[in-house]
Ligand binder design. Structure first.
Ligand SMILES: Cc1cc2nc3c(=O)[nH]c(=O)nc-3n(C[C@H](O)[C@H](O)[C@H](O)COP(=O)(O)O)c2cc1C
Length: 182
């Protein structure tokens, strides 16, 4: 599946937390707001999420590309990725796992279910709180009105393994298709 936003998943506490780079994030349902993340069984994060029972999903920007990549090539078993990258831990409002200040969008998730398929843990998280930097929103201030150029999300293209930024707008979803209506 490509492209994917590059997400930084944090699990732990303000005292000790780990960051893992995850491209496989899916929205599962909106009522209650729920997402799924796929986390390999060989890394540190899978077991950490199971014992913490919560995690946060933080959307990376092009501005923190090097730090985001670092969190995807090193393990929390060996190092503290917050101190190695200089990314800033901030307390969440509801869950124990912190959020990352440098990411303009943060989703606090409570672990509600999980299962292993193949070599991957599939975690289901209910989104219990959302934070967004207001300077990344359009004038309306509505959380759905992301100014995508100001946000500048770090896009991961699997397969060819490239990071990219979002290109230009080409149409209006749910409307443009009406042009085919007779
Ligand atoms: C761009 C990118 C995307 C990644 N996406 C995933 C993913 O969706 N699931 C996964 O399990 N690992 C993914 N990884 C690999 C993990 O981030 C990597 O194995 C990490 O070192 C595990 O860290 P941990 O041991 O601290 O959990 C990705 C890595 C990169 C660089």
């Amino acid at each position: 599946m490509f492209p994917c936003p590059t997400s930084l998943v944090v699990t732990g506490t303000m005292e000790k937390a780990n960051i893992v780079t995850i491209a496989w994030v899916s929205l599962l349902t909106s009522q209650p707001p729920t997402l799924g993340i796929s986390v390999g069984t060989r890394g540190y994060s899978g077991e950490a999420i199971k014992s913490n029972k919560d995690f946060t999903v933080n959307i990376a920007t092009v501005g923190i590309m090097i730090e985001a990549d670092f969190c995807g090539i090193r393990s929390g078993r060996d190092i503290d990725k917050f101190s190695e990258t200089g990314l800033t831990k901030m307390p969440s409002k509801i869950v124990r796992s912190p959020i990352i200040k440098e990411c303009p969008l943060n989703l606090e998730c409570r672990l509600t279910d999980w299962r292993i398929i193949g070599r991957t843990n599939h975690f289901v998280g209910e989104i219990v709180e959302t934070h967004v930097d207001t300077d990344k929103l359009k004038d309306t201030g509505d959380i759905g009105s992301i100014d995508i150029n100001a946000f500048d999300p770090l896009i991961y293209i699997g397969g060819v393994r490239e990071y990219r930024r979002v290109g230009e707008k080409v149409g209006d979803p749910y409307q443009i298709g009406n042009r085919l209506k007779k």
